[in-house]
Design a protein around this ligand. Structure first.
Ligand code: HEC
Length: 167
């Protein structure tokens, strides 16, 4: 037979604790049961997560990103680009709306660099300018315009920029 535990014995430190008394009872069995259950559950869960089911948040994110890439493929930058005066004319409005805050109305620069001189950080070939505008330079504060403007407006504004060379 289970021995009855001694119960409700006072610890006797009321005088040290502003009159607050405390029992020296054992923790209730339901509480201890829950305590051990949680520890065993955690160990079993960790074993299941990492070893048996072999799950991983990193791989799950990678899979989600791959699925998103399938569903919404990033617009590829065209390999060739031939600017025309028509595209350049259409690009002026796009530039005025989106770009002058950083590159200036005359394209001579400000927050962003001068776009009319001979010096190009990312290359001055039509394809390179198109690529820089589409992908942006996140680390330097040049926005990624691809998803914002779409391929047609990007072609227009790139043609406009290229047509301002030397102005
Ligand atoms: C928020 C400010 C900002 C806006 C708005 C902005 N740019 Fe830029 N842009 C920059 C910065 C900063 C750089 C320099 C990036 C670097 O140093 O690598 C840059 C670089 C560039 C370059 C490359 C220049 C080179 O020398 O290679 C081109 C081309 C360009 N921007 C075009 C545009 C066009 C077109 C728009 C409008 C659709 C635009 N930018 C809007 C900040 C901006």
């Amino acid at each position: 037979m289970k021995q009855k535990r001694e119960r409700d014995r006072l610890m006797g430190h009321a005088d040290e604790a502003d009159g607050i008394e405390e029992y020296d009872n054992a923790l209730p069995d339901w509480w201890l049961g829950l305590f051990w259950f949680c520890i065993i559950w955690a160990a079993a869960y960790a074993l299941h997560y990492h070893v048996i089911a072999d799950r991983s948040q990193v791989r799950r994110l990678a899979a989600e990103m791959a699925a998103a890439e399938q569903r919404w493929p990033a617009a590829a930058v065209p390999a060739t680009f031939a600017p025309t005066p028509e595209l350049a004319a259409a690009g002026e409005a796009v530039f005025k709306t989106n770009c002058i805050a950083c590159h200036g109305a005359d394209l001579h620069g400000g927050i962003g660099p001068n776009l009319t001189d001979e010096v190009w950080i990312h290359g001055g070939e039509p394809e390179q300018v198109l690529k820089t505008i589409t992908e942006g330079v996140a680390a330097k504060g040049m926005p990624t315009w691809g998803p914002i403007l779409g391929p047609e407006k990007i072609r227009q504004v790139a043609a406009y920029v290229l047509a301002q060379k030397g102005k």
